[in-house]
Structures are given as structure tokens and as C-alpha cells.
Design a protein around this ligand. Sequence first.
Ligand SMILES: *[C@@H]1O[C@H](CO)[C@@H](O)[C@H](O)[C@H]1NC(C)=O
Ligand SMILES: *[C@@H]1O[C@H](CO)[C@@H](O)[C@H](O)[C@H]1NC(C)=O
Length: 195
Amino acid sequence: MQFTVASLALLGLASAAPTLKTSATDTSPTFNLMYQSNINNPGPIDALNTGSWYVTASNGKAVLSSFASRGLLYKYGTGPRIAQASVGLTITPGGTATVPDGKAIEFVVNNGTAPVDIQLNSSGIPTLWHDGGRFQACQGDGEEIYLSYVQPGQRFLAACAPVELQTVCSTLGVGEEMKGQLGEIEDVACIHISD
Ligand SMILES: *[C@@H]1O[C@H](CO)[C@@H](O)[C@H](O)[C@H]1NC(C)=O
Ligand SMILES: *[C@@H]1O[C@H](CO)[C@@H](O)[C@H](O)[C@H]1NC(C)=O
């Protein structure tokens, strides 16, 4: 369903719902990658079943956090690549033809992996994309839930949850002085979430 800007404004005024989410896409130079569950995830990662989760860098890994402000990202280069501040999203595919290695996607001080992009899925929602693969969230040490890559042909690990990460246009200034350290920023398609 598409909303016009005018109908969005009217909905916003008329609606008492805490979160209004639409599929209307905009573009933004900074964004969050957000996951919202619509399935029941297995025991170790059942925390994901409620709320909104955002990709952010933690100790060199891409993890899911419930704090949007910690995960301000940008896309840069013709590769293209995705980064947070000066750390690039780094995907190293592994495992066998059918089973992924379950390792964490990294955020490290380098240019990141290319191509990592934001592409519209078949519902027209802008989502994280790399080489036609998929993503899963797995339980790490302690409370940590990290992001992992699943190559085409590989299955999801039983202890992990399949996750699709949609881009949310950022309205936060957090990280402004750090962003874009790896190069010129490109706008990405993103959705607005408003209260
Ligand atoms: C990272 O990107 C910058 C800017 O394009 C380039 O100068 C540098 O050589 C790249 N570094 C690596 C390791 O590819
Ligand atoms: C597109 O992405 C959204 C957000 O992750 C998801 O809810 C929807 O099911 C996806 N559509 C398809 C066809 O995969």
C-alpha cells in the first residue's frame, strides 16, 4: 500500500497508535537497519520476538540492539559498501554448500565488503542485501545477539532466527561528526517510522 505525503500527515493526526509504520519509501543519507519479528523465534533468541532491533557495532561485531541511536549507518562508494562511523560492514561467507558457518558479520576498521547494498525486496521494502544471500540472528556470549550471513543454498541454523533488515530513515543526529569517514555518502531508500 502506498501513502501520499498528505494522507500520511492526516493519518498521523488521526491515529492514537504509538507507532505508525508505512511502506512509503523516502531517501536519506543516514539510516538504521531495523528488524521487527513476525514469527516466534527459538529459545536462545526469543528476546527478538518483541520490539524493534537495530544493527550496531559492538566489539568488532554486527549485533542487534534495541537502541536506534547506537546504529546510525551510511552507504558509500560505487561498490557499494555500508559503514558505521569509520568501521565498515564486513561479510566473510563461510560454511559448506548447505550449512552456514554461523560466524558474526563484522564491523572493523576497513573499507567494508562490496557489494553490500540496500535493495527493495519483492514487497518494495528497502532491505539489506549482499550477493543474493540472507541474514540470521544468533545468540553470542551473554545477552549478545549477533548478525550472521547465510549464502544462497545454505539453510538457517536451528538456533538462529532468519532476519530481514529494513532501512529506517534516520532522524537522529547522533554520530554526525563521525559519519562518512570512509568516503562520499550515497542516499538510500528507507522507510519512516513515526510516533
Ligand atoms: C579504502 O577506500 C579509500 C577511498 O576510496 C582508498 O583510498 C583506500 O585505498 C581503500 N582501502 C583499501 C584497503 O582498499
Ligand atoms: C520485505 O521485507 C519486509 C521487511 O523485512 C518483510 O516484512 C516482507 O515480508 C518482505 N517481503 C518479501 C516478499 O520478502
